[in-house]
Design a binder for this molecule. Structure first.
Ligand SMILES: Nc1ncnc2c1ncn2[C@@H]1O[C@H](COP(=O)(O)OP(=O)(O)OP(=O)(O)O)[C@@H](O)[C@H]1O
Ligand SMILES: [Mg+2]
Length: 489
């Protein structure tokens, strides 16, 4: 999708010296795989992407090296140190992160390899299992993804590996519907589980030396293996870009500079830090009962430690205050732009069946992308405008007095009846035949035709419409303006 009035994210420059963009709404739908050998600039690239989108979309960063803690400092992301949390509390935190729309860095630096797998597995599972009402769009960046979705075992236990591989597979294969957009980076494509890699539709391929990695990259990109030889000659910070959110044909992109510094500036510069754990937690940590061997994953997460939850609560209230302040300083969009923003949030094929909260979040993100406050339109008004747009009316017609009257009448109906009512009113207003059951079902957000038909009886009870005839001969009159749908041809 190319959206003219959005400020797309600037990734860097193309070989021809033009701006290279990434389309954020498209990225959320189509995911990204970044590959390149050590030092090719993957973490730098992820940082660039995260910095550019930090104020636009919720971000969750799975950070094996503690690389992104500096980013968290600048953008007020919450840092969760995995070594001080139990698996159960991480799982619960994953769910709460979705509820609070909290941007977080999951810092795995101090956990040992098996703990890293368990932490990532638990946290992502919590995010994945969050109730439907919280399926807001979120970028989930996983650096060193081959650690969490390995093709074959290493030193870690089978159970831990299965836990994290499952979570990664869910993220990449089934996350989209839940608003979870995976962005994964790996040094060794050949070591990354195939089904996890295959779900990304966007690729940024950096310098690659090993033939086996190059061959996998060529396969994924659908290019000749010989053409992929060119990946050897890429300089640090250069990537071949391909995919719906990036470029239609492979294009070389040089990633631009970043604002925050990586603390992993090379081994020589790394201070030897002691883990900074308060004495109380250290005691818990040392005296904690050892995990039962080969225990099954717990179904219900145990009560998480209060400090993490308190942090999450504090995070969301300070974020809300910040946003309020911001929105007071921002311009409001003109009516046409607003209409377009709402339309784009609902244009997705399956949007009719997605929860309103999810669509509203998508709209808010698009508003921020276009340079407005995310609070330009309260949710009830968003819903009314979205239903209006979906019934097929033009903006000009929607502004007419007659339609304002219809909206007024709709406001007295239950929220979920609005779309069906608008659909009927629009057909009647235009003197068209009554929409069929499939159209009604779609408007109501159900796949059941029977349930859709029952809404008509309900609308009649509410004295919004008068129903005549059935099946193909069904006709509708709208109470108030008195419009009627046409007789079927
Ligand atoms: N586009 C760029 N412009 C300027 N410096 C860059 C760029 N890309 C990478 N660098 C620098 O090169 C070094 C290596 O980059 P980076 O850490 O991103 O590599 P990596 O691919 O993540 O490596 P590894 O797989 O070992 O983690 C860093 O010091 C980084 O700052
Ligand atoms: Mg890196």
């Amino acid at each position: 999708m190319s959206s003219s009035h959005f400020g797309p994210l600037l990734l860097g420059t193309t070989a021809r010296g033009e701006d290279a963009h990434i389309d954020l709404p498209e990225l959320l739908a189509t995911r990204l795989l970044v590959q390149g050998n050590s030092g090719s600039g993957k973490s730098h690239l992820l940082r660039r992407l995260l910095e550019q989108s930090a104020t636009l979309v919720q971000q969750v960063i799975i950070d094996p090296e503690g690389d992104f803690v500096t980013l968290a400092e600048k953008y007020d992301h919450l840092v969760i140190e995995t070594d001080t949390q139990s698996e159960a509390s991480l799982r619960s935190a994953g769910e709460r992160v979705r509820m609070h729309r909290a941007s977080v860095v999951l810092n795995l630096e101090q956990s040992e390899p098996e703990g890293q797998l368990r932490s990532v597995g638990a946290f992502l599972t919590g995010m994945f299992e969050a109730p439907r009402a919280y399926w807001y769009p979120v970028l989930i960046v996983v650096d060193e993804a081959q650690l969490f979705a390995p093709i074959a075992g290493g030193d870690t236990s089978d159970e831990a590996r299965r836990l994290s591989l499952n979570a990664m597979t869910n993220l990449m294969c089934r996350g989209r519907k839940r608003g979870m957009a995976g962005i994964i980076a790996t040094q060794r494509l050949a070591k990354l589980a195939k089904n996890v890699a295959a779900e990304a539709s966007n690729f940024l391929m950096g310098r690659t030396f090993l033939d086996i990695d190059m061959a996998r990259a060529a396969d994924l990109l659908g290019m000749e293996r010989r053409a992929a030889e060119g990946f050897r000659d890429l300089a640090r910070g250069q990537f071949m870009a391909l995919g719906p959110a990036l470029a239609r044909r492979p294009q070389r992109v040089t990633i631009g500079p970043v604002e925050t510094a990586s603390h992993a500036g090379g081994p020589a510069l790394m201070p030897l830090e002691q883990p900074n754990i308060p004495v109380d937690e250290l005691r818990d940590l040392i005296l904690e009962a050892p995990p039962e061997p080969a225990s099954r994953p717990r179904k219900e997460p145990a009560a998480p430690k209060p400090d993490l939850l308190a942090q999450l609560d504090a995070y969301s209230s300070s974020r809300d205050a910040r946003e309020q302040q911001q929105s007071q300083q921002m311009a409001a969009p003109d009516p046409e732009t607003l209409w377009t923003l709402v339309a784009e949030a609902g244009q997705d094929e399956d949007a009719a069946y997605r929860p309103l909260a999810t669509l509203y979040q998508d709209f808010q993100m698009r508003a921020r992308l276009a340079g407005f406050s995310r609070n330009i339109l309260p949710m009830p008004q968003f819903q009314t405008m979205l239903s209006t747009i979906r019934c097929g009316i033009t903006r000009e017609r929607a502004e007419s007095e007659a339609w304002q009257d219809i909206q007024q009448r709709a406001s007295r109906l239950p929220d979920d009846m609005q779309p069906v009512y608008f659909l009927l009113a629009h057909a009647a207003m235009e003197g068209k035949p009554c929409p069929d059951d499939a159209a009604l079902a779609r408007a109501y957000g159900t796949h059941s035709l029977g349930r859709a038909r029952r809404q008509l009886t309900y609308l009649e009870k509410c004295e919004a419409i008068i129903l005549q005839g059935t099946g193909r001969h069904r006709r509708i009159a709208i109470i108030g303006p008195g419009w009627q749908t046409a007789s079927p041809a």
